[in-house]
Write a protein that binds this ligand. Structure first.
Ligand code: 0X9
Ligand code: ZN
Length: 438
């Protein structure tokens, strides 16, 4: 009986949801910038959608059943090799949805790591943590998203109500800037629970030392509009949700859009560090549209303002994405190494070693300069590095590894190992930042 009702709810939910029924993910070899341009022109013809950006010589594209034959023909005619990676994206999404719907509902304020949770569940858990740890945690309202959600963070430090606590060196961590990367907010929640001793209880001495020395601010989900949209409407949405205008700026005779209305900007292309130059598209509907100008998205503006206001204290910035299991060091728009590269290399080696130590036998994380993955302008870690002048500014890419077929839909039983290894990764990171080594 339970199975039948879960199936009914799944089918109803699927009906309102963007369908990826029989869509395929195809991996295309792109050895050169020219090849990538050919893919982008197939995208503007509407034959495919770039799904995840080109990484280390390939790009994954999403192809509808209607376009499959034509798309394969076009790829073949321009000499690009391709291989099917996922046979039916829609089936994968339905499977995930069924698991979500059969998960036990969360009691007010509680949280679990066996399922992905909605934004309000995360925030009410933060509030309950603050209530039970009032001497060491408080909620920070970072700002308001385009759709009116409050972007919340939790600030944690020993003796939080003392005036001195505001002056302590600051560590900032954020998650969920890309909407569909669900394991990122979940990992941030686990890191928060661990810092406050609700998880990883064997590390309480270490966490106590950190809270005495630093103020640690964690914003688990800084793109709440996009995140909620992935739960209600389109599981694979990446960007924000602010309308960005008609595709190619073209209106029809009646004042509507000639093609269609585009929504959102890529919030990790929207920061003022080499903004708009590489790894972006001026197609407002593209998943890497950087916005009309830097910080024209409410959420990036809010986080930027908070960081600017605390820049004199900021000692570490880390932002958590998925997927590929990487630790990315600045900068991401050019492969020219910054002057603090030697330090970045040392930090990266320490972080990936600590992660590997925690979950032996799983694919290791790899440390590299972020432009080595692919050059892209306007990301948050580069802005903190270049504009705030902070050496220790990094991007994590969490599980799964780059060869995975599940991609952003990491099964929920992987949340805990991902989060656990990243508590160890974070501790190694903090031990190695410049501030702790002078
Ligand atoms: O493209 C991104 O924004 C990040 N990858 S993701 O799949 N999570 O979208 C990587 C950012 C790394 N930064 C640069 N290459 N600049
Ligand atoms: Zn991302």
């Amino acid at each position: 009986m339970l199975k039948v009702s879960v199936l009914l709810v799944v089918l109803t939910a699927a009906y309102c949801f963007k369908s990826y029924d029989r869509y395929k993910i195809v991996r295309v070899d792109v050895g050169s910038e020219a090849n990538l341009q050919s893919i982008l022109s197939l995208e503007s013809e509407g034959l495919l959608e770039v799904f995840s950006e080109s990484r280390l010589g390939y790009v994954d594209v999403l192809v509808s059943p209607k376009n499959l034959a034509k798309c394969q023909k076009s790829l073949h005619s321009i000499g690009l090799r391709s291989v099917e990676r996922v046979d039916d994206v829609g089936a994968q999404i339905l499977q995930e949805k069924a698991a979500l719907l059969s998960a036990a509902p969360m009691a007010d304020g509680s949280y679990s790591y066996d399922s992905y949770h909605r934004y309000d569940v995360m925030i009410s858990h933060l509030e309950s943590l603050v209530a039970s740890h009032s001497s060491e945690a408080e909620i920070v309202d970072v700002g308001t998203s385009y759709e009116g959600r409050t972007i919340k963070a939790i600030r944690m430090t020993a003796d939080i109500s003392s005036d001195e606590s505001d002056d302590k060196p600051m560590i900032w961590l954020d998650g969920g800037i890309h909407a569909r990367e669900w394991v990122s907010p979940a990992t941030m929640m686990y890191i928060i629970d661990s810092i406050l001793g609700e998880q990883e209880t064997d590390k309480s001495d270490k966490m106590g030392e950190l809270l005495a020395k630093f103020q640690i601010v964690v914003a688990p989900c800084i793109n709440p509009d996009g995140y909620e949209y992935t739960h209600t409407t389109d599981r694979l949405w990446r960007k924000t949700r602010k309308p960005s205008g008609c595709r190619w700026g073209k209106k029809n005779w009646f004042g509507g859009c000639f093609y269609r209305m585009c929504y959102g900007a890529d919030p990790n292309r929207n920061w003022a560090a080499d903004w708009g130059n590489s790894g972006v598209s001026d197609d407002r509907c593209s998943l890497v549209y950087p916005g009309k100008e830097p910080f024209d998205q409410e959420n990036t503006k809010a986080v930027k303002t908070y960081l600017e206001n605390h820049s004199d204290k900021l000692k570490l910035y880390a932002t958590y994405h998925s997927y590929s299991q990487l630790f990315l060091t600045p900068v991401g728009y050019t492969t020219t190494k910054p002057e603090n590269w030697k330090h970045h290399k040392k930090v990266g080696d320490a972080v990936v070693a600590a992660i590997a130590q925690r979950n032996k036998g799983t694919a290791p994380y790899i440390a590299m300069q972020s432009a080595g993955l692919y050059p892209a302008s306007g990301d948050s870690a580069d802005w903190v590095h270049d504009v705030l002048g902070l050496t220790d500014s990094y991007t994590f890419e969490l599980r799964p590894d780059g060869n995975s077929n599940v991609g952003f839909e990491l099964p929920a039983d992987q949340i805990l190992p991902t989060a656990q290894e990243n508590v160890d990764g974070l501790l190694a990171l903090i031990d190695n930042i410049e501030y702790n080594n002078i």
